[in-house]
Design a protein around this ligand. Sequence first.
Ligand code: GDP
Length: 311
Amino acid sequence: MNLTSKIYIAGHRGLVGSGIVRALREAGYQNLVMRTHQELDLTRQSEVEEFFENERPAGVIVAAAKVGGILANQSFPSEFLYENLMIASNVIHTAAKQKVEKLLFLGSSCIYPKFAPQPIQEKSLLTGPLEKTNEAYAISKIAGLKLTEYYNTQYGLKFISAMPSNLYGPGDNFHPDHSHVIPGLIRRFHEAKMNHSPVIKVWGTGKPLREFLYVDDLAAAVCFLFQNYEAPELINIGTGDEVTIAELALLIKQTVGYEGKIEFDEGFPDGTPRKVMDCTRIRGLGWGPRVDLHAGLKSTYEWVLRTGALK
Ligand code: GDP
């Protein structure tokens, strides 16, 4: 694989895919191939085969998936399982048939067992029951991870998988109710500042611990693994650092410049008390994150203001 090799990025419009495209371009890759959902429906095998036949990419990064918050996952499990299984099967299988030189498939930390020991190690996959609310998504992603692994072990293809932790950054979903905590709080602190509200409510007790990874760090890690990793074992991508939701809320308050008071609303659920990944393996390979939470929040908020993402 070199800088002129043709690389197909599936899902280039999402938070993850768009970050990966930026990182590949910065690294000097000149021959990136992308298709919108309208141009190529990855759930249709014949369309995927035709696309691969015409384009013949040397490398593939699979960042395409049907994603959503807890509500969407709970309401549409059939679609989450079916569409994600089809995307994974069609892209990975067609890439294997064409003997694509390198493929990277992305999972997500939420597909580890619900009660996996913390920090979560790669070997915890499939060792216990899944979180019920995103079972469908998890099963489809686990199938994709396993397919990637089997093509690697059975046929010697350089197909690899990575597991990113909770992501945030430019391009995130800032929906008022259905977003994750960082975009949700950026929206609420910003609106509270604009409306001069004296108090803002943060959901839960503020005590849960979470790990957050800035999207450009994830993208850099994906480039790094694409160039330097070939083993069939999946690999975690995270910071290994944790913050409480209360600490996070304070950082977002400072970033946004809100001057009112924070109150915790225990009427909302805390979710799992602690969620952090063990990133010993990727650090051992020589990769580490560069953007700390403070800087990442700052650039995310600047992006929000610049693009009007809250409107
Ligand atoms: P989780 O990591 O799967 O639990 O997903 P979330 O990002 O939705 O929530 C993380 C934690 O932040 C939970 O303890 C929430 O209760 C808490 N939290 C506090 N305020 C908010 C908010 O405005 N939106 C969301 N999504 N979570 C919030």
